[in-house]
Every structure is written in C-alpha cells, then in structure tokens.
Write a protein that binds this ligand. Structure first.
Ligand code: GLP
Length: 240
C-alpha cells in the first residue's frame, strides 16, 4: 500500500487528480470507477481544470459509479447521477453513453441485475476511487456479518442516514436504501485510490488499515488488495 500525506484538502485533491490524470493519459480507453461524497469534489475540480487546460481527453474513457440512492431520480439534486453530472461529466468531453451510475428509480432488484451486467461487460476497472464512511463503509457496503460480492440493495445504517442528512431539507426526504457495487467488484479493480480528509476520519482509517480484516469494517478488506493508494490530509492520517 502506498500512502501520500498531503498538507490539506487542496493537496489531497491535487495528488488524487495527478493519479487519475496519469491513468487517463497513459490509457485513453481506461475504465474509471468513481465515487461521490464531499471528499472527491476537489479532485473532480482539478480534473476539470486540467481538461480545460487541454491536458486531458476523456472521449474514450468509460466510468462506472459505486452507488445510488433508491428512490431518487437522476434529476434529483441529491442523486449521485446529478452529483456526477454537476461535478464532472457536464464539464468534460466524456461520451454520456460511457458513464454508468445505478438508476435509483428502476425496480431495485432488476437494477442490481442490470448493473452487474454492465460491470461484467467491462474489462476490470483500472482505478477505483473510494471515499470512506465514518462506520468504515465503502460505496454503500455497510458493516455486516459478511462481505457482499456483487451489486446489491442496502438498508442504510442510522449513522449513514444521519451523516447524509446534511444534504436533505427534511429528515423524511433522506433515502433509507441504496444500490451499491459489491466488495468483489471493488476488489477486482487494478488500483484502489482511497481519499480521506479531516480528523473525523482518523479513527476509522486506523481501524480499517491497522485493525483486523472484518465485514464489520468493510474498508478493512482493502488490506488484502495488492495495489491500494491512500491519499489523505494530515488530519485524516494522523493516527496511521
Ligand atoms: C456516502 C457515499 C460513499 C462516501 C461516503 C463518505 O455514504 N456512498 O461513497 O465515501 O458517503 O462521504 P464523505 O466523503 O462526504 O465523507
């Protein structure tokens, strides 16, 4: 595992964008696994800036996102599809047909089958970007008794619902379920790029990478991946 300690959020975002940009330059047909949440927003800004400066071409790049809330349409401001459009896709020359996010309003069971098919249709993901939930979740793989392999429906834990409540006007609007890529699918990525920022993530980062590998801390499974790059700011990495 490689660890990059950045001074602050800006530095973390720049380093993460360097790593993704290098992949896009080396392999213009690459498959990027993308994540949402507040942590990768700065990285997406950097990638858009580099695209605008003519350094990057996304015309043959393919993307697959980790997850989506059940019940939110693509046009809903808090849907992850909307997030991706607003933070990245609308600002670069990616072909919309090459961007994949689970659909929140299709029948969830059917959508899991469809999304597994989409993922199986690709060669492996070249770089999978990950954030980290305060309870150790990756994508929306919540702590549980076993690792779930493929795309599945998740009942979000109360702590996750609480953490995401800051984005919704009323508590009743917060989705209680999500569709997420499974752990096997994440682990099959050639490179994992995890981003962490802020002292609020320091304890869970320590548990995930220095504690036992357990489905109780889903991110701990990354200890078994041969090519993990962890990019964090000083505060998030302070206990590692
Ligand atoms: C959500 C997303 C995760 C993300 C996590 C952390 O639960 N499904 O993919 O990693 O939030 O979000 P943040 O980066 O805002 O701390």
């Amino acid at each position: 595992m490689k660890i990059y300690r950045a001074k602050d959020y800006e530095g973390m975002s720049r380093k993460a964008a360097d790593i993704v940009a290098a992949r896009v330059i080396l392999d213009p047909n690459c498959v990027l696994g993308l994540a949402t949440g507040s942590t990768p927003v700065g990285m997406y800004k950097q990638l858009v800036r580099r695209y605008n400066e003519g350094e990057l071409d996304f015309s043959f790049v393919k993307t697959v996102n980790l997850d989506e809330y059940v019940g939110l349409a693509q046009t809903h401001e808090q849907s992850y599809r909307y997030f991706m459009q607003k933070n990245l896709f609308d600002h670069i020359n990616i072909d919309p047909k090459n961007t994949h996010v689970p659909d929140g309003i299709s029948d969830p069971e059917e959508e899991c089958i469809r999304y597994n098919r989409v993922l199986n249709g690709f060669r492996d993901i070249d770089i999978q970007v990950l954030g980290l939930g305060h309870n150790g979740h990756i994508g929306f793989n919540e702590p549980g008794d076993c690792f779930q392999k493929d795309t599945h429906i998740v009942n979000l834990q109360q702590s996750t619902i609480d953490a995401n409540s800051r984005f919704f006007a009323s508590r009743n609007d917060i989705p209680k379920r999500a569709i997420t890529m499974g752990i096997r699918q994440i682990m099959q990525a050639k490179t994992i790029l995890m981003l962490v920022s802020g002292e609020g993530k320091a304890d869970i980062i320590k548990e995930a990478f220095l504690g036992p590998v357990t489905p109780r801390v889903p991110a701990s499974v990354l200890q078994l991946h041969p090519n993990v790059i962890l990019v964090g700011d000083k505060a998030a990495l302070s206990k590692l």
